[in-house]
Design a binder for this molecule. Structure first.
Ligand code: DQA
Length: 142
């Protein structure tokens, strides 16, 4: 049994309602249910917060036991050295994900403070970026 934690950062609680042209019209809850059904052998955990410190606390809490962490840090991706340090401080590999292709968007989204600390980066595949991240973690364990 693999344990995979999904952590979503600021404004991602509004998925489905927030800028649907960019992020789609599905709520994360609906997508998460489908994801769990698709991988019955994976034990998923899910956490969302709009607060940087709470994201760091969650990384600390699960980052020595989970087999993988999928992190969409939202806008903190582009600003947070504290998240970079938290990812480096834990032992669980972290996959950075983004729903949108941040490189096709505003220039301030082109830089990530966390990529260098992450195992890899997946962006631009809509909500299926999360599924691709699950696949990459399962492949790491093959
Ligand atoms: C995002 C991209 C970020 O630039 C943005 O601040 C988000 C969502 C994405 O999933 O595409 O909140 O991480």
């Amino acid at each position: 049994m693999k344990r995979i934690e999904i952590i979503n950062g600021p404004n991602l609680n509004l998925l489905g309602r927030r800028e649907p042209g960019v992020y789609g019209s599905r709520s994360f809850d609906a997508y998460y249910d489908e994801l769990k059904q698709h991988y019955p052998d994976v034990e998923f955990g899910y956490f969302q917060s709009n607060c940087e410190g709470e994201l760091i606390d969650r990384l600390h809490a699960v980052g020595f036991e989970a087999d993988g962490i999928i992190l969409n840090a939202g806008a903190y991706t582009h600003t947070s050295i504290a998240l970079h340090d938290a990812i480096r401080a834990i032992t669980t590999p972290v996959i950075e994900v983004h729903i949108s292709n941040v490189h096709q968007r505003e220039e301030f989204r082109h830089h990530s403070c966390i990529s260098a600390a992450c195992r890899g980066v997946i962006c631009g595949f809509g909500l299926n970026s999360y599924r691709l991240a699950v696949e990459s973690l399962l492949m790491d364990h093959e």
